[in-house]
Design a binder for this molecule. Structure first.
Ligand SMILES: [Zn+2]
Length: 300
């Protein structure tokens, strides 16, 4: 029997899954196309990605719903089907997970700007996030994960919306880029500040994913920054190196073994849950698991 998701948090270092988007591209999703539409068009391919991550040892799966707000889906003519798209996303991950993994419903940035930079009010954004979170939970997600957030205000709205939808666990991740020697979000937020803010807003798990121009030591520094600011579990999901453009495709070249060789540094910095973001594959997650198990054995 699957335990309630919060019991997972006390049980040592856990593996999460890797990228969904780049895995779907390997299965034919065109760059710029709507990945979330595949929950309806090609459910088998989406489920196959989730299943590969379970087989690789991931205990947390992320649903294929990153751009799943009504606002973002409207750009693909699916705005009115937002609930269905998200419910399907959770059902597919849930089916692949069985009792072997927990499912976190993914919510990414809505893709616009809040007032006064844009014309979206926090109340409107809350209603979109809440609709998305409710559908993900209805489809069987154990909790909600906010991903790749750059703005404190937006992630704050997301955390409150996930809570309002009744999520048993809310994880929140911001994304950083390398500036003059330090990591900041696009909006200038430092890791310590992000961690404290998200924990204060009510996130059970805080962390970081994706990023621009970051090496593994940068990701480890972000984890250390989070660790210094909060006692909450820390989740980290690095990219497989920096993106390179090949034709019209973005590729990530860091191989599973090369990345896994540095993964202990994330655990050493205080990470509790480790997965991957863009360009990481089931092969990366399997390699992470092998290294982390060896590392933990060494310590005990
Ligand atoms: Zn990413």
């Amino acid at each position: 029997m699957r335990q309630p998701v919060k019991t997972a948090l006390g049980s040592g270092l856990l593996l999460a899954d890797g990228a969904i988007g780049t895995e779907l591209q390997r299965r034919g999703l065109e760059p710029g196309a709507c990945a979330e539409a595949w929950n309806i068009q090609y459910p088998d391919r989406v489920e196959e990605v989730h299943r590969a991550y379970v087989e690789a040892g991931a205990r947390f799966l992320t649903t294929n719903s990153f751009r799943g707000t009504r606002f973002a889906l409207a750009g693909f003519g699916l705005g009115d089907r937002a609930a269905e798209v998200n419910r399907r996303a959770a059902e597919l991950a849930r089916r692949a997970a069985g009792d072997r993994a927990w499912v976190l419903g993914s919510i990414g940035p809505f893709g616009g700007f809040l007032e006064p930079l844009g014309d979206t009010s926090p109340e409107e954004l809350h209603s979109w996030f809440r609709e998305q979170a409710s559908a993900l939970l209805e489809g069987g997600a154990d909790g909600i994960v906010l991903e790749t957030m750059a703005s404190k205000e937006e992630v704050g709205v997301g955390i409150r919306a996930a809570r309002a939808a009744g999520a048993a666990l809310v994880a929140a991740m911001m994304t950083f880029e390398k500036g003059k020697g330090t990591c900041r979000t696009m909006m200038g937020v430092a890791p310590e500040d992000a961690a404290k803010f998200m924990a204060d807003e009510g996130a059970d798990v805080v962390g970081s994913n994706c990023g621009t121009g970051l090496s593994m030591p940068d990701y480890a520094a972000i984890v250390a920054g989070f660790r210094s600011a909060t006692g909450n579990p820390v989740l980290i999901r690095p990219n497989a190196g920096s993106p390179e453009l090949v034709g019209d495709r973005v590729v990530y070249r860091q191989a599973p073994e090369a990345m896994a060789a540095e993964v202990m540094s994330l655990a050493g910095a205080g990470a509790n849950i480790i997965g991957g973001c863009c360009g990481t594959t089931p092969g990366h997650i399997r390699a992470f698991g092998a290294v982390l198990r060896r590392g933990v054995d060494h310590e005990s």
